[in-house]
Ligand binder design. Structure first.
Ligand code: 13P
Ligand code: SF4
Length: 297
């Protein structure tokens, strides 16, 4: 059985398995920690195991490798990427900065290590407002997610200039999806991710990172929830709250790359300790500054 072999090998190799909340249920089951990007970054920074098996997409594993260069970070599915992270390159960011001298650069962790290396500070969906408010500069270049940037802009007086990137999973929700879901489930609370479009956010009851949704669902007195994020999130929500009901805002909200990891791939990566995620030292050293500044906020 792959799950039993994984648990045995994990001990033998002094490995820890970190999994994002969107991972397939079977992968979440063998994880030592599942969480949102911020929790997984914090865990990677404080981790004592020699090997980190990162089940998610490449920018998350890269962040772990940058924060823990002495550890071996492996990614069971090396081909899992985040299309939004590819929507800005380091060269494009340099040109963006050149057009706005004096502005601070905040980059969403859903970005490449090269883009982080060109940024002043990172943020996640859980701390974007605090990160922007922590800056001295009055003008902020926010890359790559236009929707998270516009969401953060609602809570600050700073001038936020966003890059035109987006997540294809969240950007496709429409107000019509909300009307349909609400008419089917009139008693349900609507929780959405800040990667959604402003017109969808306007209709939501609450806006949270994925782990923020998990915390809210546990403490809310509501019994039903419509979940406006990737469908994998519903697995964790239902498992932690079996007596409550969770409906996806859209069944089509699937992040293809998040679904590339399987138990078989986790097992084989533990056997070979490959594929290893390595960020070139010069880039890692510069990117680390932006991530550590975020973790300090
Ligand atoms: P969270 O940090 O909220 O888990 O979001 C990560 C992500 O990729 C959302 O699409
Ligand atoms: Fe990237 Fe969107 Fe997938 Fe998150 S859900 S990893 S932002 S493509």
């Amino acid at each position: 059985m792959p799950a039993e072999d994984i648990l045995r090998l994990k001990k033998e190799k002094n490995a820890v398995i970190l999994a994002h909340n969107y991972q397939p249920g079977e992968v979440q089951e063998v994880a030592d920690l599942r969480g949102d990007s911020l929790e997984l970054s914090r865990a990677a920074a404080g981790e004592e195991a020699e090997v980190i098996v990162f089940c998610g997409v490449d920018f998350m594993a890269e962040t772990a490798a940058i924060l823990s260069p002495e550890k071996r970070v492996i990614m069971p599915e090396a081909g899992a990427g985040c299309p939004m992270a590819s929507m800005i390159t380091a060269q494009q960011l340099r040109e963006f900065k050149a057009g706005h001298p004096g502005a601070a650069v905040v980059c969403y962790v859903n970005s490449s290590a090269e883009v982080k290396a060109e940024s002043d500070i990172c943020c996640t969906s859980a701390n974007g407002i605090e990160v922007v408010e922590s800056l001295e500069e009055e003008t902020v270049l926010f890359v790559p997610d236009r929707n998270l940037g516009r969401y953060v802009a609602r809570f600050t007086d700073k001038k936020i200039i966003t890059w035109d990137g987006y997540c294809y999973v969240h950007d496709r929700y429409t107000p019509e999806d909300v009307r349909r879901a609400r008419s089917l489930h009139p008693e349900a609370e609507l929780l959405v991710h800040p990667e959604c479009r402003p017109e969808v956010i306007d209709l939501a009851d609450h806006v949270y990172s994925t782990s923020g949704m998990a915390r809210h669902a546990r403490k809310s007195s509501a019994q039903e929830f419509i979940i406006g994020t990737e469908v994998g999130m519903n697995y964790r929500l239902k498992q932690e709250n079996p007596e409550k009901e969770f409906y996806p805002l859209s069944e089509e909200a699937i992040c293809v790359d998040m679904k590339k990891t399987s138990l078989e791939k986790v097992l084989s990566s533990l056997v070979t300790l490959e594929p290893r995620v390595v960020v070139p030292e010069e880039i890692a050293n510069r990117a680390r500054g932006a991530i550590e500044r975020m973790l300090a906020v």
